[in-house]
Design a protein around this ligand. Structure first.
Ligand code: NAP
Ligand code: MG
Length: 481
């Protein structure tokens, strides 16, 4: 994944100690307070299994309090002058840049992703989303010509997953606040720490109390939040399964809803592509962030005449990836986010083998004794009907298939219930536009993969969800137009 280097502001994070408190509380109405239920859960470092901290698990009374705080804050924040809102968002963006070393290390420790990714991809993008949305605050009526007076929606319930904890927070909180809404956000149970550190930044930047509230907990806390009757808008990023449940519960309530869900994205390599360049794109597409990426290019479709060349080159490249300590700046592939996720990945590998696919695991890196690890690998000889070709594995596992003609490539690429992203590799300009226009995917990358920018909308079609995040399109979900 790449990002415009202009946004890489902070110096490289040597192994800074992010100073993790033993106990973390909920952030409600501008204060860190204990859960009324007094229940807690532990968050661990998936690379070492060491417990990092104990966090409060928000119950129904806590969610009530957070929504009430957001409601009260909405009355003022929605009427705050847009320039004033922008000032807060710019401050937050700058503070994120200033504290980005610490945030990158914390993200890597809590979630397992390589520090190089937290430092060079996640954190720069997080800051960029706040800068980008700060700029929109006082331009909303020009952004949507015809809508004379765009209004915020109200209290937003935001639930995010563990693969890009701080980045998903930025995608959600920055546009919501820019449009004059207030927020209650629930991070994932395995990665709550950067959201709580973000709460500290809100305090430092004197964001009015109640505008942002962070409630930690597991799925039940998320359910209580999205089903709360005083919520006006739900923004959810996570699995298709949970997304469907949320959509069912929101039906008929009048709540606005956007869903960013799972994917099984095709990465299509034509024989006329620059194969070496495509190999790098395939690596970026599936082994970035251990494959814990909703838009991962997890189905590789290769034109038959270059299939054996691609497999040989992939094996060679895969053997050079450095797997291990996520805090080492030379690491390419870090730890799997949780023991549960590792089990899921192993089950899929078993099913792939049982269905007749061939396993390629050329990377012989010695894995640490503790922690959750899966070597980057791929399965060849996969048929479109195989489970590993149809279901999201969400791990460092690529399913390789072949095709003969462009027609077959398109029909195989679209043969999925998902529609989040797709990649096309070819040297022929005309083919690029023809194929791209026929792929059922929210995002199509051409001769690149996993490229992100705060100005570009992102989101899915089919069972990958609806609504867009990022850019001008991302504001629509937070306004009554
Ligand atoms: P998940 O199980 O759906 O969880 C996502 C979030 O929802 C977590 O905070 C989770 O809490 C919470 N949650 C669980 N059950 C809930 C319920 N009934 N009501 C409300 N909230 C509930 O997904 P995940 O396994 O963490 O994340 C991986 C999935 O996210 C993948 O399918 C991936 O494709 C998708 N994803 C999509 C995008 C995108 O932009 N389209 C981006 C990233 C990830 P706990 O974690 O604490 O249980
Ligand atoms: Mg953790």
């Amino acid at each position: 994944m790449t990002v415009n280097s202009d946004w890489t502001y902070a110096p490289a994070p040597e192994q800074v100690d992010p100073g993790i408190a033993e106990r973390h509380r909920l952030f409600i109405d501008g204060r860190f307070i204990s859960s009324r239920g007094r229940r807690t859960f532990e968050t661990a470092n998936p690379a070492t299994e060491a417990v990092l901290s104990e966090c409060d698990e928000a119950n129904a009374a806590d969610v009530d309090a957070a929504v009430a705080a957001a409601r009260a804050a909405f009355r003022k924040w929605s009427r705050t002058r847009p320039q004033e809102r922008a000032k807060h968002l710019y401050r937050i963006a700058r503070r994120i840049q200033e504290r980005s070393r610490e945030l990158a290390v914390l993200e890597t420790m809590d979630g397992g992703k390589p520090i190089r990714e937290s430092r060079d991809v996640d954190l720069p993008l997080v800051a960029q989303h706040f800068f980008h949305n700060a700029g929109w605050c006082d331009k909303l009526k020009y952004a949507f010509p015809g809508a004379t007076d765009p209004k915020p929606i109200g209290v937003c319930a935001q639930v995010i997953p563990w693969n890009f904890p701080l980045l998903m927070l930025a995608w959600k909180i920055a546009p919501a606040l820019a449009c004059g809404n207030t927020v209650v956000l629930k991070p994932a149970e395995t990665t709550p720490l950067t959201a709580l550190r973000f709460a500290e930044i809100c305090e430092e930047c004197e964001l009015p109390k109640g505008v942002v509230n962070i409630v930690t907990g597991a799925g039940e806390t998320g359910r209580l939040l999205v089903e709360h009757p005083d919520v006006d808008k739900i923004a959810f990023t996570g699995s298709t399964e949970v997304g469907k449940r949320i959509a069912a519960s929101a039906a008929g309530t009048g709540k606005r809803l956007t869903l960013e869900l799972g994917g099984k994205s095709p990465n299509i390599v034509f024989a006329d592509a620059s194969i070496d360049q495509a190999i790098e794109g395939i690596v970026q597409g599936i082994w970035f962030n251990q494959g814990h990426v909703c838009c991962a290019g997890s189905r590789l479709l290769v034109q038959e005449s270059v299939l054996s060349e691609v497999i040989t080159k992939l094996e060679r490249r895969l053997s050079t990836l450095r797997v291990g300590d996520p805090l080492d700046k030379n690491t390419d592939v870090g730890a799997i986010n949780s023991g549960g996720q590792l089990e899921t990945i192993r089950d899929y590998l078993e099913r792939g083998r049982a269905e007749g696919a061939t396993m390629h695991e050329p990377n012989g890196a010695a894995l640490p004794e503790k922690g959750h690890w899966c070597r980057p690998c791929f399965l060849s000889g996969v048929q479109p009907s195989h489970v590993v070709a149809r279901e999201e594995i969400f791990g460092p596992v690529l399913a390789v298939m072949s095709f003969r003609t462009p027609e077959e490539a398109i029909s195989r690429a679209n043969d999925t219930r998902f529609g989040l992203a797709a990649g096309v590799w070819t040297d022929k300009g005309s083919k690029i536009f023809e194929i791209a226009s026929r792929l059922q995917a929210g995002v199509v990358w051409l001769n690149t993969y996993n490229r992100f920018d705060a100005t570009s909308p992102f989101g899915g079609v089919k069972e990958s969800g609806f609504g867009r995040e990022g850019g001008l399109h991302g504001l629509r979900g937070y306004l009554s137009l």
